[in-house]
Design a protein around this ligand. Sequence first.
Ligand code: PMT
Length: 392
Amino acid sequence: MLKNKKILLGITGGVAAYKAVDLIRRLKDDGASVTVIMTDASKNFITPLSLQIASGSKVYSGLFEDPMSHIELSRDADLMLIAPATANIIGKFANGIADDLLSTCILSFRGKVVIAPSMNWRMYENPMVQGNLKRLTAHGILQVGPDKGTLACGEEGVGRMAEVNEITEAVKSALSKKDLSKKKVIVTGGPTREYLDPVRFISNRSSGKMGYAVAGECIRRGAEVILISGPSALQAPKGLKAFFKVETAGEMREAVFKNLSKTDIVIMAAAPADFSPEKKENIKIGKSEKLSIKFKNTPDIIAEIGKLKRRPLLVGFAAETGKRLDRARAKRTRKGADIIVFNDVTEAGSGFDVDTNKITIIEKNKETPLPMMTKYKAAEAIMDVVSECLSK
Ligand code: PMT
């Protein structure tokens, strides 16, 4: 997601500097190249050599080592990230002080800046620090964290640097286009459970990964996102407007329709069960009982939305067993959806549970077959098509 992006990472003198190696690795895994600027104080916590090895490039520190580096480094970067950001660098930045390479580069940089503050909770709560942070965020600087927890000094409070995945998420969000800003989106994900008795249920396979990836992508692009999820082990993405956990298809339907008014886009990535037992027993069915279960259809949520006179842009998924694009096309028409995302759930690396998917995005007059890619990338591709449809 950060392919070809150049990140200038400023590391300042806080104990969380030790997390920089992991941070660099994650940014590089996502395709970014990382150039590091260290303050002198940060070298008490991590060595330049470790960072040179992690980033694979020269580590900068002295203002006069390369005479023009304070201009050249910031001119080439797509984003500046300061992690950890001490009270000192925050204070300098907010007041336009440039007395070393990092603070000079910050002032000469014209792109997005993300800061991850890290300090003792009393320092963080100090009105001077808070005032400086307010000043920075008012100028469009993006702040991630700090989190609450046990600090290096052993005290409890707000001051821990945000987790590495939160920081990388903030970087991705900062670099994402904001083409969905002000759009209200409902995303569904995960399976539903239809109970036979208080102990047993039938369900569909779905981890929630595809739906959660779509929700994350919509947040990054500036949308107001409501995620409605069946049972899933995943953590909800940060920045949701609301998160509803449901169990049955009936509950999923209710949550979708409760939130539907003024919604611009609905994306049904969930795998609701198509059948539920006609009767749910109130007590556990004994195993000696000869069992014959009658099923009824669950509400077809997407088809109900598809029938509405005034409805949001509607995106469904078609989980097919085999290359049945014909079935997916028919589903799009039958369910009244604008877009159907076909995935063959029998193909290795595609469909349920895995981190990748191979999709074909089917619109009325256009089909976009895509190679196997991560679900994050697939979500990006889907939202590109959605965004194009909205702009028509
Ligand atoms: O969660 P993962 O492990 O990441 O797996 C992702 C996925 C394979 C579940 C996902 O990519 C996917 O294909 N989701 C749709 C699964 C499904 O129910 O497909 P379907 O072809 O049976 O349904 C077609 C559409 O109708 C879907 O958008 C579905 O959400 C919707 N539907 C289905 C049943 C129902 N009662 N109400 C519905 O709205």
